[in-house]
Design a protein around this ligand. Structure first.
Ligand code: MN
Length: 426
């Protein structure tokens, strides 16, 4: 892999002291933004950069880059412990290192704090690192919008720095392609220059030194409120990787055109790499999180719909049940009068159930009653059904009484001589 590098650093328009430091070495490029009062800031950033340079002396793997960042953290912490005036100092660190990935050269990217690493690939600018600042953490947690985070007064409050406790760097890897342009910068650049303007300079200014200088100038033109440090690394030769990717299509006519990587595919690959390399809660994890939101919304809607549907269906069921089961029927079954709960005509799947079998048989009934009770007589309540059965029994008893009178009268009529009809009728 071959590179071209450029850098620029400036104190800015409002600060009187340079607390940013940068590193352009054979295998490692970095920016550090120090803080900690009048003396501490520049000591912190330069201590971190010196430690990184002396630790990362040849391409290692992503772990050796992380180890170098941890070594830089130790160096800053030890220095702060030695000098009371430096006790509160700390620094950010954003580093890009050449690493050996299974025999292939790649970039390892590590960051702590709010200095950033960007990639310009196929003309498109992507921020590779996540800021460890209060509003950016809240943004990733979904508690602030991007617009709110950009103007949040807490954006200078960092959640991770070197010099205080564990470094906990985010580390990711990037497979570089010829034509890639990597930008490392402190917040003095991106707080003054929009991503769109940064991309425009990186696209149009070919020389990396000139591009870095142009970016620093723009930050100063826009206010220069902070120190500005910029490193630009161009991938001049990727060892034939890009060429291999774009020539795969020519040897076979059947090769799919997609073997020629598009910008989107490369970016997708880039995202995947970032995700694999960074197992932490930060890194690229916010991308899938954004995709989860609509799914969650859909799920909620589906649940609400199902609940409403269940309510409607339940209400319908209730009404049908009430209608089907809320009546009583008096009906003939196997020659006997029976009180049923339920409609006599068997509505839907609601079978009427037997409430009580009476002692009344069809032999006691008249033809009209039998006809009516074969159909079934509907009553609104159990009492009404019982009342009907009682009235039925009364009528039967009346008929039996009448019949008894007739039968007793008839024999006497045959055995006794005719007497005045007035006595027999009583
Ligand atoms: Mn700064």
């Amino acid at each position: 892999m071959e590179f071209r590098c450029g850098s620029a650093i400036d104190v800015g328009r409002r600060r009187d002291k340079q607390d940013d430091s940068l590193l352009v070495a054979d295998w490692i490029f970095a920016v550090a933004d120090g803080m900690g009062g009048h003396v501490g800031g520049d000591v912190a950033s330069s201590t971190a950069i010196d430690a990184l340079r002396s630790t990362y002396t040849e391409p290692g793997d992503a772990d050796s880059l992380e180890a170098a960042v941890n070594r830089a953290n130790q160096a800053v912490t030890q220095r702060a412990e030695q000098e009371p005036s430096l006790r509160s100092m700390g620094t950010t660190l954003a580093a890009v290192a050449v690493i050996d990935q299974g025999g292939d050269e790649a970039f390892g990217i590590a960051n702590v704090g709010d200095s950033r690493v960007y990639l310009l690939r196929d003309g498109e600018l992507t921020q590779l690192t996540d800021d460890h600042s209060v509003p950016q953490e809240l943004l990733r947690a979904g508690q602030l919008t991007e617009a709110q985070a950009a103007v949040d007064p807490r954006r200078n409050q960092l959640t991770r720095v070197l010099g205080i406790g564990e470094a906990e760097p985010d580390v990711q890897t990037l497979v570089p392609y010829q034509g890639d342009r990597v930008l490392i910068c402190s917040d003095g650049l991106y707080n003054e220059v929009t991503d769109g303007d940064i991309a425009s300079v990186l696209r149009t200014v070919d020389d990396p030194d000139a591009a870095a200088s142009r970016l620093v100038d723009m930050a100063n033109e826009n206010g220069g409120g902070d120190n500005i440090a910029v490193v630009v690394v161009d991938v001049v030769d990727d060892g034939g990787r890009a060429a291999a990717a774009s020539t795969t299509i020519t040897p076979t006519a059947t090769a799919r055109p997609s073997t020629l990587m598009s910008a989107e595919e490369r970016n997708a690959e880039l995202r995947d790499l970032g995700k694999d390399a960074d197992a932490g809660a930060d890194g690229w994890d916010d991308e899938p999180a954004e995709q989860e939101l609509p799914t969650r919304r859909v799920t909620f809607r589906v649940i609400a719909f199902i609940l409403v549907l269940l309510l409607v269906v339940g209400a319908g069921f209730g009404a049908i049940t009430w209608y089907a089961r809320g009546t009583y029927a008096v009906k003939l079954e196997d020659g006997r009068v029976v009180i049923f709960k339920g409609r006599p005509d068997k509505l839907l799947w609601f079978e009427p159930t037997v409430e009580r079998r009476t002692s009344i048989t069809d032999s006691a009934l008249t033809g009209g009653e039998i006809e009516l009770l074969r159909e079934g007589r509907t009553e609104p309540t159990r009492q009404a059904a019982e009342a009907y059965v009682a009235s039925l029994r009364e009528r039967i008893e009346e008929r039996e009484a009448a019949a008894a009178t007739t039968t007793t009268v008839a024999p006497t009529a045959t055995t006794t001589p005719p007497s005045p009809p007035t006595t027999a009728a009583g």
